[in-house]
Ligand binder design. Structure first.
Ligand code: AGP
Length: 630
């Protein structure tokens, strides 16, 4: 929610900020703005350009003339307090226009602070919670400014001590043209370390064009960036020394590479992302059965030790990551014969869950910053559980607070709709479930080897689906105007439907839901009519007869029918039953591995429906990529 950036160095700050904001636009796109200290000279003008609308609106305005200067901050907004408007856009400035602030997060006690400041004569220009921060800094600055040392840092620290809530901040001031102050608490912020230039950004892709050396700020930490070095401080204002970290991602991975949208690019990156996530965790076992047999191994941790006493697995996540958790429930039960509880993180944190400190607790989050997921992790840790995080973001808050991290090697995921993160999360889950199955004796040697053989097919099975994209596009061009799209399936197929329905909702704005096929008759079938497309996931041979009856029921109510099934016998039987307008197939594989492939069809379908409806799939309305506030 909201992206912030900042630059100090030798380049034209307006250009750097705009470029960085383009990489952060997925975090919010209802307004954008920059503040640049003209010419980086003390007492020079603090030039602010900010406006409602997507970043392209600001870009067009800056093309007419952008402020000169080598120090600046920028923001792309996802409105929480105050509607999208020029006035509510960031940066916000104090009454004299000499301090500017960009903010990502929510200030919970802003109303109280507003009264405090109003009583001291401050007139507010916006309805945002953020504006209190800049006035508060100025309030303390007026007291501190004539004292020795760094009055801007001191006044920022004093203002922070009054704030409740979450924030990542960039602060610049007319009196200090040589520095940029950055702060984080419960909202992500990364400091990029360049040569004679330094930067801040909410997310790594915005920094990659300049550097891959970074500091991941911890909660409460403050960075003061100069053009030739960065000082780090703790909450108390004491200097701290820390080694920088290196980010593996390259700058190209955060570009569209000729695709019309990031989402389409990321869908196509799945075979590689799946290989990158899978292959390093498969090694020759050198078992009595001979070298060349594969075994799952985790460099990151010892699964045997972590799970030794576990009688149960608990999974918590949000959105797409939650759907990966639903597949996880079935997969762990299937391979490892262990009970699994899977919960939406935003529910979990409020429901006073029953804990066993030996539970194996798994948190799933692409960004590693989702507020509710982080809260579930903290709750689990407070109660003594050991937490494994599956995440894509090195250095994210969740990766730092979990006991163990299993990284999905998907590369940066920019599109709001999660695609390659989901399928790589599933690979991590399969790896854990199969290995746990071996450790618990639920899988014998033959079953273990067979499961690994199926795992290895996943990347090429994904390639198989991608080859059908023209057929998917043609079908989407016929169906994109359907008022309702319902997904039906059982078990793994139901989980595939849940994720598919979310994809369709978020980027094509079609009302879509996934129903456990057996539940149709208990209510949902009343919704089915000729304006409905029913997508049946029918990948499990053992359940074909059941799902065939369900499809007949919806057909007799006038719905259109699309079936996703497996090649071979299932495809032949469903084709013979003549119950589909269209059948898409996945290569033969065992039931647990069907969602990771079948969902790719529906990622493509949702993408093409979105485009056919004239939407921008990368920037769906009302959504932001990382939900870092409740
Ligand atoms: C998926 O397409 C969504 N954009 C959303 O549901 C997302 O999966 C959810 O917000 C969780 O994000 P996380 O994986 O970064 O925690």
């Amino acid at each position: 929610m909201c992206g912030i950036t900042g630059y100090i160095g030798y380049r034209r700050a307006s250009d750097v900020l705009l470029k960085a904001l383009k990489k952060l636009e997925y975090r919010g796109y209802d307004s954008a703005g920059i503040a640049v200290l003209n010419n980086g000279v003390s007492g020079a003008e603090l030039a602010v350009r900010k406006m409602k609308g997507q970043l392209s609106v600001l870009e067009a305005a800056l093309a007419e003339g952008s402020p000169e200067g080598v120090l600046g901050i920028g923001h792309t907004r996802w409105a929480t307090h105050g509607e999208p408007s020029d006035a509510n856009s960031h940066p916000h400035t104090d009454i004299s226009g000499s301090i500017a602030v960009v903010h990502n997060g929510i200030i919970e006690n802003y109303a109280r602070l507003k009264s405090f400041l109003r009583e001291r004569g401050v007139v507010f220009k916006s309805e945002t919670d953020t504006e209190v921060i800049v006035h508060l800094i100025n309030h303390y600055y007026q007291i501190e400014r004539h004292k020795p040392g760094d009055p801007l840092l001191r006044s920022t620290l004093q203002a922070l001590s009054k704030l409740e809530g979450s924030y990542a901040l960039g602060v610049i001031a007319r009196d200090f043209p040589d520095r940029l102050i950055a702060v984080r608490k419960d909202s992500p912020l990364i400091v990029g370390l360049g040569k004679n230039e330094n930067l801040i950004a909410s997310d790594a892709p915005a920094l990659l064009a300049y550097t891959r050396e970074v500091h991941f700020l911890n909660d409460g930490e403050i960075a003061v960036l100069y053009n030739d070095h960065v000082d780090l401080y703790n909450e108390a204002g004491e200097k701290i020394i820390r080694e920088s970290s290196h980010i593996d991602w390259d700058a190209e991975s955060a570009e569209k590479a000729g695709y019309a949208h990031f989402m389409l690019k990321e869908i196509h990156e799945q075979p590689k992302a799946l290989r990158d996530t899978l292959n390093p965790r498969l090694a020759d076992a050198h078992t009595p059965h001979g070298a060349g047999e594969l075994k799952i191994h985790f460099d990151e941790f010892n699964l045997e030790a972590a799970s030794a006493k576990a009688k149960r697995i608990v999974i918590a996540a949000c959105g797409t990551a939650y759907h990966a958790g639903v597949v996880g429930k079935y997969a762990f039960e299937h391979f490892a014969r262990i009970p699994v509880e899977v919960d939406i993180a935003s529910e979990y944190r409020y429901r006073n869950p029953v804990f066993d400190k030996d539970d194996l607790f798994i948190i799933i989050s692409q960004s590693g910053e989702t507020a509710d997921t982080l809260a579930a992790l903290r709750l689990a840790k407070e109660r003594g559980a050991k937490v494994i995080a599956i995440t894509n973001a090195v250095g994210s808050t969740i990766s730092r607070e979990a006991d163990t991290v299993l990284y999905t090697r998907a590369g940066p995921e920019i599109a709001v709709a999660s695609t390659k993160a989901f399928t790589t999360q599933l690979v991590c889950i399969y790896l854990l479930a199969i290995e746990l199955g071996r450790l618990r004796g639920a899988l014998n040697t033959v079953q273990y080897a067979a499961a690994i053989a199926e795992l290895q097919k996943i990347p090429e099975n994904a390639e198989f689906v991608l080859k059908s994209k023209e057929a998917v596009q043609r079908y989407a061009d016929r169906q994109f105007n359907k008022k309702k799209v319902f997904f039906v399936g059982r078990l793994f197929d139901h989980a595939s439907g849940m994720e598919s329905a979310l994809k369709l909702k978020e980027i094509s704005y079609t009302h879509s839901e996934s129903f456990a096929a057996g539940e149709l008759k208990h209510g949902p079938i009343a919704l089915v009519d000729k304006d409905t497309l029913v997508v049946s996931f029918a990948t499990q041979e053992a359940l074909l007869d059941k799902i065939t009856s369900n499809i007949r029921e919806v057909l007799s109510r006038g719905a259109s029918s699309l079936i996703v099934t497996q090649e071979g016998e299932p495809q032949a039987r469903l084709a013979a039953a003549a119950i589909a307008d269209e059948i898409w197939t996945i290569p033969q594989t065992d039931a647990p591995f069907t969602p990771v492939i079948a969902v790719i069809y529906m990622q493509l379908f949702a993408y093409y429906c979105s485009v056919a409806r004239g939407n921008d799939p990368d920037k769906p309305r009302n959504l932001a990529k990382s939900v870092t506030v409740e």
